[in-house]
Design a protein around this ligand. Structure first.
Ligand SMILES: [Mn+2]
Length: 397
């Protein structure tokens, strides 16, 4: 039997039972873990509704360190409900290790768990061949691709990988591979997992990473969901790939900047925050607001949050405003502050001439912190963390 078209659901990084810890809020963790379940169930419903031929789960289905027996039972019964195959690839959070649920649980017949002993599966009725490179330990160096089966041209060939594609991490412990290496294998679709933000613009055109269907933190902003993938073959045997992005997330992490430049009162700060938050969706959005700019106002963050807590119970406000100092005036003082300021302004000027922006940012922060320390005898915690914070597009995995 030959098929000229298959359609399947590609998801990854669901992270069932993720602790969502570190914020000291039990209610928050519970809510988010339930959100992950709701999204997982919507994945199952989507596969049914769209009449997918099968589902690919490209790693990190659950958290090995936290997943309970009840969780595995619930996952297995949801999979069993489907009449289609579910192909699961263990990731670095749910590796195919000795005590893995993948080994110890009696999974339903339609669930195929790919591993180093059984790395591939063939569905003859669908003309589909699937090979997987996942994890059998929590860390793994570059995989040996010389053992990978070369696909047959008459079938639809899919390569599942939980790992890092083209990341240029030397000695990455997370299955590092390059587009060239994968392209050389000649598969029709490379189903990726590991990075939690959606990515479809790899150098390898037929590779795609859906990201976490439910985002797990503030480094996973934007839309999250799964892919519906169609592979089609014309009379000449040429194959075409179509990837449809489907958003399924219950919540959305939103990271907003709020300019407090020259704010003179708490009321004014509050009005600026109100203007910013009114565009958000209270049922969905989890905002983190970062206050920035120079102001002599000591913003009271808790008071600022209060009117919004009904709509956004988990609202975070980070105060990264900096005080307004008149450095020209301070530099004329005949004391330690004056000498320190003269030295720092001199160094900043040198940075301006040489165009070293990074050093200028560090010096400018050091000047602010130094003057604050000299004036108050302490540095308020509000300054911490923000000044040297890295880029926001962190790579959760
Ligand atoms: Mn992950």
């Amino acid at each position: 039997m030959t098929r000229d078209r298959i359609r399947f659901l590609h998801c990854a990084d669901i992270h069932l039972d993720a602790p969502f810890g570190g914020r000291g809020h039990k209610d928050y963790s519970e809510m988010r873990r339930n959100d992950v379940w709701a999204t997982f169930e919507s994945i199952i419903r989507l596969a049914e509704k769209e009449r997918s031929d099968f589902i690919l789960v490209c790693g990190d289905l659950y958290e090995h360190d936290y997943a309970s027996k009840a969780t595995i039972q619930r996952v297995a019964s949801l999979f069993e409900r489907l009449t289609i195959p579910v192909v699961v690839l263990p990731g670095n959070h749910d590796p195919y290790a000795a005590n893995s649920w993948y080994k110890t649980w009696n999974w339903p017949d339609n669930v195929v768990i790919l591993n180093h002993e059984k790395p591939s599966v063939r569905f003859d009725s669908l003309c589909a061949f699937i090979h997987g490179v996942g994890f059998s330990a929590f860390r793994q160096d570059a995989p040996d691709l010389s053992m990978v089966s070369r696909p047959g041209g008459d079938r639809f060939n899919i390569f599942m990988l939980h790992g890092t594609l083209d990341m240029n991490f030397s000695n990455s412990p997370f299955n590092p591979v390059s587009s060239e290496e994968l392209a050389g294998l000649g598969y029709d679709y490379y189903a990726l997992g590991h990075f939690h933000n959606r990515k479809t613009d790899f150098q390898l055109k037929n590779a795609a990473n859906p990201g976490s269907p439910e985002p797990l933190g503030f480094d996973e902003t934007g839309d999250h969901g799964v892919f519906l993938v169609t592979l089609e073959k014309d009379e000449s045997g040429r194959k075409a790939l179509d990837i449809r992005e489907v958003n399924l997330a219950q919540k959305r992490y939103v990271w907003l900047d709020l300019d407090m430049e020259n704010a003179t009162s708490q009321e004014e700060a509050s009005a600026r925050l109100g203007e910013l938050l009114k565009s958000l969706d209270p049922g969905r959005d989890l905002p983190r607001v970062v206050l920035f700019g120079r102001t002599s106002l000591a913003v009271e963050c808790e008071a600022l949050k209060k009117p919004w807590l009904d709509d956004f119970p988990w609202l975070q406000i980070l105060d990264e405003t900096r005080d307004c100092y008149d450095y020209e005036a301070i530099s004329r003082e005949e004391n330690l502050k004056g000498a320190f300021t003269r030295e720092m302004l001199q160094r900043l000027e040198e940075c301006g001439e040489s165009g070293d922006d990074e050093q200028a940012m560090i010096l400018s922060a050091a000047l602010d912190l130094g003057i604050e320390a000299l004036e108050k005898g302490r540095i308020d915690a509000r300054i911490d963390g923000g000044l040297f914070r890295g880029p926001r597009t962190g790579e959760g995995c």
